[in-house]
Design a protein around this ligand. Structure first.
Ligand SMILES: [Zn+2]
Length: 454
């Protein structure tokens, strides 16, 4: 495929912005060439009016019509199983803290999920993600009454929509020893399966819920099982103060220290949240090389606190960005990450570097670590995970002022096209890989039945 007539944000070493460029994608789904100028773009590119249909291009030539082309976004922590909770009514009084939110909403919902719900949730969540320019999602799944094979069902949804995914099952003791054993088995099975598939679209980590729902015994079993596979962990860490208090009360140490001592934190581990961490914890995270994933909108919604992004990053921790299932729009997470650091510190000078690094530099580094996959750049050798955005900059756009355009312009602009691994997923703002309306109709029926069981 050749994409021509695009204004390109390369996110390469020099962060080049190309006024009008041609991007060639090989049959294997990698970018083969990025060329500035109008070469290979035929006639008519001088037109100021974007009109992709005007040239009736050959099937493998996509005229970007002057749109902005940049890497597809990455979501490093999400829960696709939460999608069908949209609009659900909770019985009784509104949950007043994090533990009540889990008990009254998420742990009731996940227990009610069957395989069809898991599939529909995933499809809806993936379509939403595609429409907001996300090409890769790192998912954390839970369905304690439909554990075995649940990750295959999610994988099927990823392949149908055409997004890239890193999947895991959330091991926990909260539903009893049988569910914990089934969860460990599902992780082991899927890590092996994803490795065997080896096509780069779906990969696996080993999922763990959180310190406060996991016994030492279960954590040791998980570490032993994962160790033989070379898989990293994906776990919630110190999201709420209650997690820290539990670890201090029961184990006389912080959550980070407990997990480190048990061998859960490695350079392939994703530690979601890390809000209630000490300076010593930050040093530990940096020393072992575990990545932290910040989820600012979910944290705001649950009123659990604000991660100390500045201190974590200055302390040498790799911090990426996720949504925790709160929103498919990583642009909103990017903005909220930026705003929260200003509010937290009372300093209008901070937040720029941290939000930018988390969303555009660290997420791609996390994916490379988990997967060995080069994403997040428009340059030869990287995977062709790209978006075309309806953004015609009304002010000069160059390498040095990208942040302002991302925050105030591109974040608000419609995503027209999404390409993942060289395959078009979204075109003219519609998913072309699946029937969006049929998926929504089916999901509504599933949700109705699910809410009755909830
Ligand atoms: Zn989460």
């Amino acid at each position: 495929m050749i994409i021509r007539n695009a204004r390109v944000l390369t996110f390469d070493r020099d962060n080049r912005v190309l006024e009008s460029a041609t991007v060639e994608i090989g049959a294997g789904g990698a970018i083969e060439r990025v060329e500035e100028g109008l070469r290979a773009s035929g006639q008519g590119q001088g037109s100021l009016t974007p009109n992709p249909q005007s040239l009736t291009p050959a099937p493998d030539v996509l005229d970007a019509g002057g749109r902005l082309l940049m890497p597809a976004l990455i979501n490093c922590h999400t829960h696709l199983y939460s999608t069908l909770a949209r609009g659900i009514t909770l019985p009784g009084r509104a949950p007043k803290n994090f533990q009540e939110i889990l008990k009254k909403l998420w742990w009731r919902l996940d227990r009610a999920l069957d395989e069809d719900d898991v599939y529909s949730s995933a499809l809806v969540g993936l379509i939403d993600a595609a429409k907001s320019g996300v090409g890769t999602m790192v998912d954390h799944h839970s369905s304690p009454n439909a554990v075995a094979g649940s990750l295959d069902v999610i994988e099927r949804a990823f392949r149908e929509v055409g997004l890239r995914g890193v999947l895991c099952y959330e091991t926990s003791d909260r539903d009893g020893p049988r569910a914990a054993t089934a969860a460990i088995a599902e992780n082991v099975r899927f890590v092996e399966r994803a490795r065997a598939a080896g096509d780069g679209l779906v990969a696996a980590t080993f999922g763990l819920h959180a310190s406060f729902t996991l016994s030492d015994r279960t954590l040791r079993r998980a570490v032993e099982a994962a160790g033989g596979l070379g898989a990293g962990f994906h776990i919630h860490v110190a999201e709420d103060r209650s997690d820290l208090e539990h670890a201090r009360r029961r184990f006389h140490k912080t959550v980070v220290r407990r997990l480190r001592d048990l061998g859960v934190l490695t350079e392939r581990t994703l530690a979601a949240h890390c809000i209630h961490v000490t300076a010593g914890d930050v040093a530990s995270l940096a020393r072992v090389g575990a990545a932290v994933v910040h989820n600012p909108q979910s944290n705001s919604n649950n009123a659990v606190g604000v991660a100390k992004l500045i201190e974590l990053m200055r302390g040498g921790v790799l911090v990426g960005l996720g949504s925790d299932g709160y929103s498919p729009r990583m642009w909103e997470e990017f903005k909220t990450a930026f705003h929260l650091q200003k509010l937290r510190t009372g300093d209008p000078r901070v937040g720029y570097a941290e939000a930018y690094a988390a969303a555009f530099l660290n997420n791609r580094t996390i994916v490379r670590r988990l997967w060995g996959m080069e994403l997040g750049r428009v340059e030869a050798g990287a995977r062709a995970d790209l978006i075309l955005v309806d953004y015609d900059p009304p002010t000069p756009l160059e390498a040095g002022n990208l942040f302002g355009h991302l925050l105030f312009g591109i974040a608000n602009a419609p995503v027209d096209t999404l390409i993942v691994n060289g395959r078009i997923v979204l075109r003219d703002k519609r998913c072309i890989t699946v029937d969006e309306r049929a998926v929504a109709e089916r999901a509504r029926r599933q949700a109705e039945a699910l809410w009755r069981r909830f």
